[in-house]
Write a protein that binds this ligand. Sequence first.
Ligand code: BG6
Length: 462
Amino acid sequence: MTALNSDAFVFFGATGDLAHKKIFPALYNMVRRDGLDIPIIGMARAGWTLDKLRERARESAQQAGDFDADSFAKLSALLHYVDGDYTAPATFKSLRQALGSATQPIHYLAIPPSMFSSVVQGLAKSGCADNARVIVEKPFGRDLATAQALDRTLHEVFAEPSIFRIDHYLGKEAVQNLLYFRFANAFLEPIWNRQYIRDIQITMAENFGVQGRGAFYEEVGAIRDVVQNHLLQVIALLAMDAPVGHETQSMQAEKLRLFRAMRPIDPAEVIRGQFRGYRNEKGVAAKSQVETFAALRLHIDTWRWADVPFYIRAGKCLPITATEVIVNLKSPPLAVFAGTDIPPSNYFRFRLSPEVVICAGALVKHNGEGMHGEPVELIARHHDPGEKPPYERLLSDAIHGDTSLFTQDQSVEAAWKVVDPMLKDSLPVTEYEPGSWGPASSANIMIGGETWHDPHVEEASP
Ligand code: BG6
């Protein structure tokens, strides 16, 4: 059955940072590229006017680049603005009026989770939730218990298939390519298991700090901000079994099985770090114990992955901005070429951000006498600058009722079960120098002589 398209787009938090940086540019491109033409209703309690919102939307669209005045005029004509307190019934009455003849709106809650309950209740009581969908932003809870409470709040009014939880990593071309590369090719499956794979590493490095978001970051920290969601989602795509059938539900069921097979993290296998200077950021406590860096070891208890360590590392103020996965294969059993060591193992490298790269690392013989090796990379895919930004893809999917790139209640909860032990334990935080790869102790969680692979600046395509 084809899902019906939403006939109005409502977004709460219309005057906020997310709206400015991501939502307006996405809406503008949806109008420009895909001819989006449903009413767009911005909600906020900022005392703004429609003109002010339009001005803000224009700035966002201009900053997103490639500005086209005609397309912006179309977006501007679709915009409405409703100002009001999210706890007041009058706000939702005004929204109902602004919705006009729309019968199946989609509501985007780009607001802190503490406000979800009053907004969801307001939508229900005013009739705005009838036949509607809802999009929710991360962070989806602070731990398992709060995520479950949020789900209860949403489920009081919306059925699970009408709830779209955004994890923008799932909207990235490179992340979808992980799944495609794995399951569209026959050569990977025979080696994609504990017989051939030694370990898998993922590093999400950012060469900047908290960028004025100190107060937000104090509530979150690296584990809640990017590990519980973005990075565990990537691991799930790397490690899940092939789905049975083409339906979205089959894919989601396999992902859920994988999340449930992840062993809750042992706090002894976690290193937390904080960059020097973080405590001077606005909104950050003078003795803050919040981590801006985390490194950890994860285990997946399945026949495919038993004893294969998955290493995860994420941090702010590291030497480079790049997210990269390395899948290290085991070494050949013997050194065939006399006088040489057993060559280093082969690997697959998936650069997820900022470029898109898939390549295999191999050794070839160095020209000349003797049997000496030279490492090369066989590059399968390079970056396409025309890639649709994740928010554009995800919001468009939500409007069309396609849930395939969104996260479900059970898998989000399963992911919280994995990280909960390290959130509860008051693990020490080690200071690190900005521009370094985090605390040196992050090497201690590696086993079998493994070391971290540090992403480098990607070479341009040949
Ligand atoms: C967000 C985090 O979810 O992802 C940020 O809150 C982080 O802290 C960002 O910087 C990274 O996303 P991207 O797409 O820029 O790699």
